[in-house]
Design a protein around this ligand. Structure first.
Ligand SMILES: [Zn+2]
Length: 246
């Protein structure tokens, strides 16, 4: 009996140690992710401040909110299932801390550059907000939806997303100028943008791929617009609303 109690006690200690080791690994991962996110944000702020100065305008930084599972935002309830998002009303970028792990584990995208791309894309929406593009497009989009033109409204939404991708590309261009990117990083960033394409997401979910229902753009479009920003490095390159076939 005594031996059984001793064995049970040892087992309990082992389980407790294993559990705390797991917690430590999870905590470490979280800490690393936070450090990476704040480094990326700091670079993004530098880059967009200097681009706005070049345009003779002032850049206002977005606020970043990290959350797990659910959060309140000025745009309604934010859920981790939705993935990272930008709320135009409170001008905040919402990041679910678990998203980057999911991106790496399920999508097979290397963590670092995927994180950079995702944050840069969301900040791209913030830039659209400051420039007034977001307001104009949102008005037009809701008018089209009210008229029952869902396809037209979806196409506007796609152009909006592709421009944000192109803005993310501009950021990569500026990082590349100071020699912080190598060819592998660039391929990985383009791959990360393709992995969040609507066609890839729908195929992964086992659903029918109908281009007219796309709200973000196909894998090919998303990677192409990131590349466009990356190669040209200027806001004028991101004219997703002016081209016939974005
Ligand atoms: Zn977006």
């Amino acid at each position: 009996m005594k031996r059984a109690i001793a064995a049970a006690a040892i087992l309990l200690v082992l389980i407790a140690e294993l559990y705390s080791a797991r917690l430590t690994v999870a905590q470490q991962r979280q800490d690393d992710a936070m450090k990476l996110i704040s480094r990326v944000l700091a670079h993004l702020e530098d880059v967009w401040h200097s681009i706005f100065i070049e345009m003779g305008q002032r850049y206002e930084e977005p606020k970043l909110v990290l959350f797990t599972s659910v959060t309140n935002t000025a745009c309604g309830t934010g859920l981790s299932q939705t993935g990272p998002f930008y709320c135009t009303v409170d001008r905040r970028v919402y990041l679910d801390t678990d998203f980057f792990r999911v991106l790496t584990e399920s999508y097979g995208v290397p963590g670092t550059i995927a994180t950079v791309y995702v944050i840069a894309h969301e900040v791209g929406h913030h830039v659209q907000n400051i420039l007034g593009t977001e307001r104009q497009v949102a008005q037009l989009e809701s008018r089209l939806r009210a008229l029952g033109d869902q396809t037209g409204a979806n196409q506007l939404s796609v152009r909006m997303e592709l421009q944000a991708d192109c803005f993310a590309g501009i950021f990569l261009n500026r990082v590349d100028r100071v020699g912080r990117l190598n060819a592998i990083d660039i391929v990985a960033a383009l791959n990360a943008s393709a992995q969040v394409g609507d066609d890839v997401a729908l195929q992964r979910a086992g659903q029918a791929v109908r281009p007219e229902s796309f709200r973000h753009g196909s894998a090919e479009q998303r990677a192409r617009w990131v590349r466009r920003g990356l190669e040209m490095g200027e806001i004028s390159a991101c004219d997703a609303f002016d081209v016939d076939n974005p």
